[in-house]
Design a protein around this ligand. Structure first.
Ligand SMILES: [Zn+2]
Ligand SMILES: [Zn+2]
Length: 323
């Protein structure tokens, strides 16, 4: 193998053509086993040719070649056949996994992308995720996440616990408050159960956990990632808001607190607030989950609001309606 390392694609191509010409005579000859054996060097030569397309100075191992290829075509569906050609080894899928788990590259599989898409959480334009097969892939970020290996170890511990998918995902998110985690990690924690993406959405929409994505109120986040913004649930009466409504209200309010103008750009560790939606007319008194009945408040102002007397709250609404 190593003698062909620095051979040019052109030299390898000529060798392959020679081998195929020789195979023509085997084909006429008739003996099955000889034909099969004659194809072995053909396969090897073809594999070497695929490998030679990326020079060894750029990438000298299968893993490096795969990474080089992904980085050259990010945000693009890479079919498994292309990875097999470029890797030139049978175990290429294992190398993809290493790139993700040990090296922190955000490589999403067709399976995970589909699960996210079903929950409206995969807003990659011009990409038909429906066409992806389970082991087709997309690189979703040009940046390596150096904390990924550490998180994957936590994911493994939680995955093996006896608990519901929802509880395991929540435990994992709470172990990573304020940190981006990927859909691949969450699917892994859920032991690959297809319900994982729905459970994440329910934790947000039904249980009031601020687990957000690019498509549920944080357009600044990379596609394919989730973040638990803070370790607290929104008040019971402000839950059960469907994602499309949430998205619209946040967009209308410019992703700002309507009381103090706080935005995510102001986030810092000593003041870790986030944006919540508040019902103007509460659920108990018949208030609906509509854009008109919801406003954006930061968690600090939201807490203040709920601690105040009716009179203060009415004054606040008067102030709001005056714009
Ligand atoms: Zn505020
Ligand atoms: Zn509220």
């Amino acid at each position: 193998m190593s003698q062909s390392r620095n051979q040019s694609p052109q030299v390898l191509l000529e060798r392959l053509i020679d081998l195929l010409r020789n195979f023509d005579s085997e084909l006429q000859g008739g003996e099955l086993r000889r034909k099969v054996q004659a194809l072995i060097p053909v396969r090897e030569a073809l594999s070497e040719l695929g490998k030679s397309l990326i020079p060894t100075e750029i990438a000298s191992s299968a893993r490096q070649r795969i990474l080089h290829y992904f980085l050259k075509y990010p945000f693009t569906i890479i079919p498994r056949e292309e990875l097999a050609v470029i890797a030139a080894i049978d175990q290429w899928a294992r190398r993809v996994r290493e790139l993700r788990v040990e090296y922190g590259w955000a490589i999403i599989s067709g399976t995970t992308a589909k699960h996210m898409k079903q929950e409206g959480d995969f807003p990659l334009e011009n990409t038909d995720v429906g066409k992806m097969r389970p082991d087709d892939y997309i690189l979703l970020s040009n940046e390596q996440d150096r904390d990924a290996a550490y998180r994957w170890r936590i994911a493994k511990e939680i995955r093996n616990k006896q608990a519901s998918v929802r509880d395991k995902i929540l435990e994992y998110m709470r172990a990573n408050v304020g940190q981006l985690v990927t859909g691949e990690e969450l699917r892994y924690v859920a032991k690959d159960k297809t319900e994982w993406a729905r459970r994440v959405r329910e934790l947000r929409t039904e249980n009031g956990w601020p687990i957000v994505t690019k498509n549920s109120g944080r357009p600044d986040l990379p596609i394919g990632t989730y973040i638990l913004e803070q370790d607290r649930q929104s008040p019971e009466h402000d839950r059960h808001i469907p994602d499309p409504v949430r998205r619209e209200v946040l967009r209308r309010d410019d992703y700002q607190c309507r009381h103090c103008d706080w935005t995510h750009a102001l986030w810092n560790r000593s003041d870790p607030r986030h944006l919540e939606l508040h019902h103007v007319e509460s659920h108990e008194s018949g208030g609906e989950n509509t854009e008109a009945n919801l406003i954006t408040l930061c968690t600090v102002c939201h807490d203040v609001w709920h601690s105040k007397e009716q009179e203060w709250q009415d004054r606040f609404y008067d102030w709001l309606s005056q714009g």
